[in-house]
Design a protein around this ligand. Structure first.
Ligand code: FAD
Length: 318
């Protein structure tokens, strides 16, 4: 298939891109093209205008801000986010989750902003940024504004972008040094979108959880936090019983019924992935070697394909 006819625009500054998006009817921004081009080729979307963001230097890059946040430009390639020494040190959850986003080839072109704007319900990056309470910077004809990640998903694949607005950057405040992180997902094949996945962060003080964050992907229109589970952990030692009780809270999520899995199956997977992600996060927070996820904890009938070498943690492909 080939896309319907469209006019191509290639602004070289953000101001020019914003002007393009404001003046053109039916325009779509092009980032890495890893989702948009496929959707255009299948004619799921037939924009009259495509505004290419790839030649706007100010939209890419990773920097620390005066208040200690880390700011990542929307056009920063997923590969660069994954390989960033600063992010690996201050926010290792991102690097861990990114190894399950598509393939090396798609990460070389795909961008952070594209993944957030595309907002596939099973996309890992929106889930991780939800766990991190990230803030998204948006720019449009009416100026600039910030959108908390908690308000980003309006509906299925519908981010909180007004007509003509562009996502320009993401800001996140890394957790204190010594926090633990974990990310686990179940996908039918490595590189597929997850059936369900869980991102977890845990901070301990004197062996007791002082802060926890859990975000699920693949179980609702957008990423979901589990506040009840987070509260259950806070103030207690993260022993296996407490972690299992917190993970059981994932069974309350809506789940998604589609050709790949039923909502009930996704809910079951979400519980298992949450338990694994929390186990890794708690082990790392107390800086012991991450608890390995033994075969015993795999749902019956599931194969385990060793994931590629990763900082730690991992995913299970059925
Ligand atoms: P594009 O495809 O260029 O754009 C995506 C959408 O966002 C378009 O509607 C576009 O108009 C809009 N957009 C882009 N940038 C902006 C912006 N700055 N402001 C406003 N709107 C914008 N993703 C996963 O999360 N997990 C996976 O496992 C996964 N597996 C994949 C496997 C394959 C084989 C492929 C091809 C893709 C896979 N993806 C996966 C998707 C991939 O991560 C894409 O990179 C991502 O979904 C979109 O990023 P992009 O930069 O390519 O955006």
């Amino acid at each position: 298939m080939k896309p319907a006819p469209f006019r191509y625009h290639r602004p070289s500054t953000l101001d020019e891109a914003v002007r393009c998006m404001a003046e053109l009817d039916d325009a779509r921004p092009l980032a890495g093209g890893q989702s948009l081009m496929a959707m255009m080729n299948f004619r799921y979307v037939t924009p009259q205008h495509v505004v290419d963001l790839n030649r706007i230097p100010e939209l890419a890059g990773i920097e620390t801000t005066a208040d200690g946040a880390i700011r990542i430009g929307a056009m920063t390639r997923q590969r660069d986010v994954k390989d960033s020494p600063l992010l690996r040190e201050r926010c290792p959850l991102l690097a861990e989750a990114l190894q399950w986003v598509g393939h090396v080839q798609t990460r070389n072109r795909g961008t952070l902003g594209g993944s957030l704007a595309h907002l596939d319900p099973a996309a890992e990056l929106p889930g991780v940024l939800h766990a991190l309470d990230a803030v998204l910077e948006v720019r449009g004809p009416d100026g600039a504004r910030d959108v908390p990640m908690s308000e980003w998903t309006l509906a299925y694949m519908t981010p909180a972008l007004e007509p003509g607005e562009l996502l320009t950057a993401v800001r996140l405040h890394p957790w204190p040094p010594g926090h633990g992180h974990g990310f686990h997902e179940l996908a039918r094949r490595h590189g597929d979108f997850a059936l369900a996945g869980a991102a977890a962060l845990v901070h301990l003080e004197a062996g007791v959880v002082s802060r926890a964050a859990i975000a699920l992907v693949g179980v609702d229109d957008g990423p979901l936090r589990l506040p009840a589970a987070e509260a259950l952990l806070t103030g207690h030692a993260p022993d296996p019983q407490r972690i299992a009780a917190a993970a059981d809270a994932a069974v309350e999520v809506p789940g998604i019924d589609d050709v790949h899995a039923s909502a009930a199956y996704r809910r079951k997977i979400a519980v298992v992935m949450t338990r694994r992600a929390l186990t890794d996060a708690a082990a790392r927070a107390s800086s012991v070697v991450p608890a390995s996820v033994g075969p015993a904890s795999l749902p019956r009938g599931e194969r385990r394909i060793a994931p590629p070498p990763s900082p730690a943690g991992g995913s299970v492909s059925g």
